[in-house]
Every structure is written in C-alpha cells, then in structure tokens.
Ligand binder design. Structure first.
Ligand SMILES: C[S@@+](CC[C@H](N)C(=O)[O-])C[C@H]1O[C@@H](n2cnc3c(N)ncnc32)[C@H](O)[C@@H]1O
Length: 433
C-alpha cells in the first residue's frame, strides 16, 4: 500500500509540461495502481487524463465518456478523481480486460481465497500437452511453461462462474502474465518477435502469484483512498447510436485509433490464441476487426472495400474533395509498390467510420460540452493525411460548434520502415459545443 501511495505522489509531482508531453503514452501507467494490471501500449497517460478532468470537469457533476475506452484509463482516472463515467470498447478482448480492472472494489480476501483454490487446482491438473497446439504457442513457450500455463487455464475454467468479479480478476491475472512467461521477444507494438530472445522468462505459477499480490495491494489502495465506484464500460461500437446516453455527456476524453495501419486485432493475438478464442491470424477479422474502426490495411483488404462506394457516402461530404484527392493518389502510388497495400480504402473507410462516431456523439453530448481527442496524423506510402483537420471538420458537420488543435509533439518514426520523411505530429483535438 505504501508503494502504491508513493507512486501516486510521484505522479502528482510531475510538472504540467511533462505530463502534457507524455499524454499519448501508457508507459507511466505501468507504475500506477490498477492501470498497471494490463499493459496496453495503445493507451494514454492516466495522470494527464486526471488533469483534464480537473481542469474541464466539475467533480461530482460532470458526466464523462470515453468512446474508445481501450484498457479503461479514462474510466479509472474518473474514479480516482470522483466523476461518473462511461466507456465504449468494441474489441472483445480489450473490453474484457478493462471490465475486469473495474472490479478493483471486490473483496480482497475472497479474491485471495479464490486464488489459493485456483493454484491448488492448477498444481493437481498438470497433464501432458496435446500435440495439436497452436503454432504460435509452440513458437513462444517451452513445453514445460506451456503445460504450467495450461494448468492455470484449466483450473480457471473449472472455477469460473460467469460474471463473478473474483473470477474476472483471476482471468486478468493469468492474461497479464502470458507475455512475461514467453522466452521470445514480446514487444509492445508487435505481437511477438520470434527471432529475439528474452534474458529470462518467468515461471507461470510464480508470475501469477506475484501478479495477484500486486493486484490485491492495488485493490486495497484504491478502496482506502477515496476512489469512487462510478464507471461503466460497455462492449459497444461507437459508430452506432446509443439512446440510453442521449444528452447526458459533459466531457469526452478519448484517443481513437490513428489512421496509421496499427492492427488492434493483431495486438492481442497471443493472448486470444492462449485462451482458445482464435486459432490463428486468419480468425482475427471475424473475431475482432469487423467490430472496430478501420485503421489498418488488413481490415480494408479483407472487406474488399470499394473506394467509389466509400467516397459516395454523404457522411464524408464536408471533406469529400480533399479526401478523394488523397485516396486517388494512394490508389495510384499503390500500383508502384510491391505490397500493394489498400491504404486508399483504409483511409476512406477510416473517415467514414469517424463521421458516424461524431453523429452518435453529437446526440449523447449536451450543448456546451467539450471533447478532447488525442490523435495523430499519418502518411501511408508518403501521402500525407491531415487527420485532425478532417476529424474536426466532420465533428462540426455533425453539429458541434468549433474545433481547435494543440500539438503535443512531432513524430515521424511510427512508420517503422522509414520509407518516407513526411513530418508528422500528435496532439489534442478539442471539439466544442
Ligand atoms: C488508442 S486506443 C485507446 C486506448 C485508451 N485511451 C487507453 O488508455 O487504454 C483506441 C481503442 O479504440 C477501440 N475501438 C476501435 N474502434 C472502436 C469502435 N468502433 N467502438 C469502440 N471502440 C473502438 C480499439 O479497440 C482500441 O482499444
């Protein structure tokens, strides 16, 4: 508990400019109680979210929404700062991780008792491995480690009662040790680097016990330090309308997928394979991508999207001519590239999807509300896409009053192949009204 409290103090002492500069990163959260339970590299900083809440919200009054809730950073920040909040997350696996984190208020003793029970079941259930394990698992684990991980999984399956909070916490504890027990490189942004070796891989039982102890300590910390139990996360697609939240939201704090070809489905491939939710890469579209914003070329290619259809859709009317020019250029450039990636339809679909999100947000947000979008631009095949400008225009077309952008940092290294030198940036898109 002392540890956790020191982390919060340390976080509170960070200078404002440093927090602002780090608003787009999850790294600092790995020191913070509750946030550190699940590493989500796509996440943003919780301290920064708390700052925004304090500056733009009214504690106990303002209602907060994060329509791209990810691992739940905004929701936990809202619980720490005393705000009612809602989150939408449509990636089923990420949703489950965020949902489990919100059970921090569960009874610590019964969580620890369930853990004991799970460990005793697991130590009895170590069985020989079947021969038909998914190739990815065989590539990432020694036989012995996989056997021990599977025994935790089997014990969990025997114990779980759907929806019981302690069981969701146990699921999260197992989920969050999957990478640290692998001997291959499990990088933050790529799912796995088979040619890299870690210096040491953890033993599953030890790693699981350590994780549970960390979680128990964080739960006590939150329970004793005034966190409110006032966040709700829904497995919901932000492109759809949500009538139950009509005209209720005062402040939106979020970071949507960027148009930068990051595949959110692939990011959880190892974990979903371990839990038996998918058999391999080919299953990712149907189990995840179809539910989320189109922000990678695998998504637009799989759906065989047609550029003309996307550009004909009136939801993108205010940006149609600029968007069309960019997408046509991408369509031409693609013919000169070996990979022939479908960035032209990915970009068109990305803004189509976002237009729908703004239409829905307009109905949920009160007049006079504020939206803070942490977002970055991109340059697939070196063709510049002014994301914040176009998102701002779509927001205004959906009925918000105005938008402004404040840049946080320059970035031009996200496209790892460095095939272009187009300067990029990241910042906060503020939408008002
Ligand atoms: C940049 S991440 C947000 C991370 C979050 N701020 C955090 O700290 O964990 C964007 C999230 O949006 C989710 N997402 C994408 N399309 C969505 C949609 N249509 N509805 C709801 N969530 C969506 C993705 O699965 C991803 O988790």
């Amino acid at each position: 508990m002392k540890q956790a409290s020191l982390f919060i103090e340390e976080a509170e002492n960070l200078s404002d400019s440093r927090r602002l500069a780090r608003s787009g990163t999850f790294t600092d959260n790995m020191k913070l109680p509750l946030h550190r339970w699940f590493r989500y590299s796509a996440g943003f900083s919780s301290e920064w979210a708390v700052d925004v809440l304090k500056e733009y919200g009214e504690r106990g009054k303002s209602v907060i929404l994060d329509p791209f809730a990810g691992s739940g950073t905004t929701l936990l920040a809202a619980e720490q700062a005393g705000f009612k909040s809602y989150g939408f997350e449509s990636h089923p696996f990420v949703y489950r991780a965020a949902h489990a984190k919100l059970f921090w208020h569960s009874d610590v003793k019964s969580f620890l008792n369930k853990t004991e029970l799970l460990l005793s079941l697991a130590s009895k259930s170590i069985e020989p491995l079947p021969d038909n394990n998914a190739p990815l698992l065989v590539k990432c684990y020694t036989r012995e480690t996989l056997q021990r991980l599977f025994s935790l999984r089997t014990a969990y399956a025997n114990l779980k009662k759907d929806g019981e909070s302690e069981c969701e916490l146990l699921w999260l504890a197992i989920t969050s040790i999957i990478r640290s027990c692998s001997f291959v490189g499990t990088a933050q942004w790529q799912y796995v680097l088979p040619n890299k070796r870690k210096l040491s891989a953890k033993d599953p039982f030890m790693a699981f016990k350590q994780k549970v102890l960390e979680m128990a300590s964080d739960m006590r910390f939150a329970q004793n330090n005034g966190f409110t139990k006032d966040a709700e996360i829904l497995q919901f697609d932000s492109r759809c309308e949500n009538n139950s939240l009509k005209n209720t939201i005062d402040l939106v704090i979020t970071s949507p997928p960027y148009p930068n070809n990051y595949d959110y489905a692939d990011a959880t491939r190892l974990e979903m394979t371990f839990w038996g939710e998918i058999n391999g890469w080919g299953d990712l579209h149907n189990s995840v991508r179809q539910y989320i914003i189109c922000s990678c070329s695998q998504h637009s290619a799989y759906e065989k999207l047609k550029l003309d259809d996307l550009l004909d859709d009136d939801v993108i009317l205010p940006i149609r001519s600029e968007l069309e020019a960019t997408c046509r250029e991408l369509e031409t450039v693609r013919e000169t590239k070996g990979g022939r990636k479908t960035y032209h339809t990915m970009i068109a679909a990305y803004f189509n999807d976002h237009a729908r999100v703004f239409i829905s947000l307009r109905k949920m947000c009160k007049k006079g509300s504020k939206l803070c979008y942490v977002v970055g631009d991109s340059a697939p095949y070196g063709v510049y896409v002014p994301a914040e400008q176009w998102l701002g225009q779509l927001a205004v077309a959906s009925g918000f009053e105005s938008f402004a952008f404040d840049k946080i940092r320059d970035r031009n290294i996200k496209w790892k192949n460095r095939k272009h030198r187009v300067p990029l940036h990241e910042g906060r898109l503020w939408i008002m009204g």
